[in-house]
Design a protein around this ligand. Sequence first.
Ligand code: GLN
Length: 311
Amino acid sequence: MTESFTALTIDAARRAVAARLRQAAIESAELDARLLIGAVLELDLTGLITAAARLLTPDEAAALDALVARRIEGEPVARILGVKEFWGLPLHLSGDTLVPRPDTETIVEAALQSFAGASLPGEPRPAEPLPRLSLQRASGPQRIADLGTGSGAILLALLSEWPDAQGVATDISLDALRTARGNAARLGLADRAGFVACNYASALQGPFDLIVSNPPYIRSADIAALDREVREHDPRRALDGGADGLDAYRTIAQQAAALLAPGGALIVEIGQGQDDEVAALMRSAGLTTDGAPKPDLAGIARAVIGRRPGG
Ligand code: GLN
């Protein structure tokens, strides 16, 4: 039986939660402790510091205890909170959406760079990720599609960067689409975003200047070996890419080749080691893939870019 957090100050409770999480071998124990207490008390970091000396009420202590138990059972903090920040935007999640990953910001960066002309496919890549300048605005795409949008992460990040762009997001999950639409509304982007229930682009009409996607790409047989936080808490439909992990790209490459405007770009997230195969699928659909894939912060090729010739 673990000790209750009742009659502790906020600061003492934070330390007690962190200790309990560390004991459970949770790496981000300090940060998670702050986030969980903040969620119970509805306080941000500054609020927690300001209120550090106040005592938790018994109800707050019980609520905190329940959240800590969920965390120790392997539920990610983003799932417990129901919110995750992506590209600086707070996004609500649901059971049918992935928790957006920092890796996926690579897709956003690749898109911004490809329209800014800062790093066109075929040009040498900058050694450091470009700063998030908003220079791309004048030359940004007019119409964007995000296939399998989940929480809306990629599309909403792009719309937040390109104030003149319009976008449509698709998903096979109505629940995910509702979540994405709610996120668009909270971020003030709803008037430029449409939401369509379909398989990737199957119900969309082009032309699009840019198509993006973070589809499921894990090989079915590898799902069992994923981290528990992913395996048990991310939706399987958002992870499982079929026997070779490439099912989604076969569909998306064909659809994109038919829907892109001449010169338009398809930018997809890939799993580790899938860059050659995904580029080959794009080429056999009639797209060109001249540039190197863009690596994530760990140096793993993460974004593959194809273009419809012409334009
Ligand atoms: N990046 C996710 C993971 O590592 C997988 C997401 C996906 O399949 N698109 O678990």
